[in-house]
Design a protein around this ligand. Structure first.
Ligand SMILES: Cc1ncc(COP(=O)(O)O)c(C=O)c1O
Length: 430
């Protein structure tokens, strides 16, 4: 049905609403233009391939957005799917038409399972990582006397959330301190091993930290948890869609992620992986209608009415990443981060918080820009240089955070480094 709606009828709908002017807007034209083909040969074709990857996104070519840790753009494939499926429902919101979307949603579950190398029976489609993390901290039967071990360097949805629920349910939260720079695998394995007691029920940590990009030894920590009879929750907000994540190898009990970060779409869609062996430990937090069709989703994912278009668009995002190449995406993003780190080393005054050791980080890079005011610098970079990065306030390793992804280029990283040198040397004033 949705496919039957021609572009012409879509244009007519807009024109009827008085929005015909939209079609003369260059930004709209860029967004609706057909996606150019990917250069054949994949990553082995070098920069020509990556330029064709960049062209799959509607960001204007002069805008360098290196903020994947916060929000990634959706690719044209995702935008097209989202638009098509949304229009399909709004053109015919009957139960008859909508029913065709449910099997499509199940295809997304299958795609997620393939992507994470687990089974569809273990996949819950959520709104985002925050929701996934909270479904775990609310759904486990924890009480006074139980302990949960969290890494200090977690997002509020996996730190404050545990502390707030501890107030209600009476369990105790034990915190493993973060050490900067990243002290290595042995340090964190030892810290967690020492923190676990007979009262420990869960350990949790962020696979790649959102603060400075520390890569945690996920497989080793999950193995430790299993050995000690403890559940493990891995927050994958910064690894899902960036690293070639293999949950079959990591074997966590729970893993969470958001579609709108590194997977590049769509917004307000996420995943919660629940290992088969842990499913009988997790109570649903929401009881409503429209559950999933297989495995744990049948009892756990009755979240009421959802936006199927968004969930189907996630499938397009995963397909696009698989076409580009999972390993190639990880390698590309990591190499841009390495280029940035090496460049920062050469700019006097930059205090880099992220590990220079590639085994201890991924593609999130944080640094304090010497005596420069970080918020003013970020504003100048955006307004004058068309480079978007983010600031980190507060007293914990404050400054700037740059998170390049596979749609960025070495030229954009060079542009950022050149601009930083200019501001740092005083050649450009803030
Ligand atoms: C490590 C980590 N966990 C959880 C979240 C929450 O993600 P969302 O806002 O998509 O729920 C973020 C967001 O930046 C994050 O970095």
């Amino acid at each position: 049905m949705a496919n039957a709606v021609s572009r012409r009828s879509f244009a007519r709908l807009f024109a009827l609403g008085g929005s015909a002017a939209l079609f003369s807007d260059p930004a709209w034209a860029a967004q609706t233009a057909a996606a150019p083909a990917l250069t054949p040969g994949g990553a082995s074709a070098g920069e020509a391939f990556w330029t064709s990857v960049r062209a799959q996104f509607v960001m204007p070519p002069d805008l360098a957005v290196m903020n994947a840790a916060n929000l990634c753009p959706s690719s044209r494939a995702v935008l097209d799917t989202l638009t098509r499926e949304t229009r399909g429902v709004d053109l015919d919101p009957s139960p008859n038409n909508r029913a065709r979307l449910y099997p499509e949603k199940e295809k997304t579950r299958e795609a997620l399972a393939r992507f994470l190398r687990v089974t569809p029976d273990e996949i819950i489609i959520t709104r985002n990582t925050s929701e996934s993390n909270n479904l775990v901290s609310s759904g486990l039967d924890l009480k006074a006397g139980d302990e949960v071990i969290v890494h200090e360097d977690n997002h509020p949805s996996n730190l404050n959330a545990w502390r707030e629920k501890a107030k209600r349910f009476g369990f105790t939260v034990i915190t493993v301190p973060q050490v900067n720079p990243h002290p290595g695998v042995a340090h964190y394995l030892d810290a967690y091993a020492r923190a676990i007691t007979p009262r420990t029920k869960v350990i949790t940590f962020t696979h790649v930290s959102s603060t400075v990009g520390d890569l945690m030894p996920a497989a080793e920590l999950c193995a430790l948890a299993r050995e000690r009879g403890v559940l493990s929750l891995v927050d994958g907000a910064q690894s899902f869609g960036l690293l070639d994540v293999d949950l079959w190898a990591i074997r966590p009990d729970f893993y969470s992620g958001s579609a709108h970060k590194w997977p590049c779409g769509a917004r307000e869609c996420g995943v919660l992986y629940v290992n088969k062996t842990a499913q009988d430990r997790l109570w649903p937090s929401i009881y409503s209608a429209y559950p999933g069709a297989v495995g744990f989703s049948r009892t756990f994912e009755g979240f009421g009415q959802r936006d199927e278009a968004t969930m189907i668009a996630l499938s397009a995002a995963l397909k696009f990443q698989t076409t580009v190449g999972r390993v190639e995406i990880e390698t590309r993003a990591r190499s841009l981060a390495t280029q940035l780190l090496e460049g920062l080393r050469r700019i006097p005054g930059m205090q880099v918080w992220t590990s220079f050791d590639a085994r201890r980080r991924a593609a999130v890079v944080s640094f304090a820009p010497g005596t420069l005011n970080a918020p003013k610098l970020a504003t100048a970079l955006y307004e004058r240089d068309r480079i978007a990065i983010t600031t980190r306030g507060g007293s914990d390793r404050p400054g700037l955070r740059v998170s390049p992804h596979f749609y960025n280029t070495p030229a954009e990283v060079d542009r950022l480094l050149t601009a930083l040198s200019r501001y740092a040397s005083g050649a450009s004033q803030l």
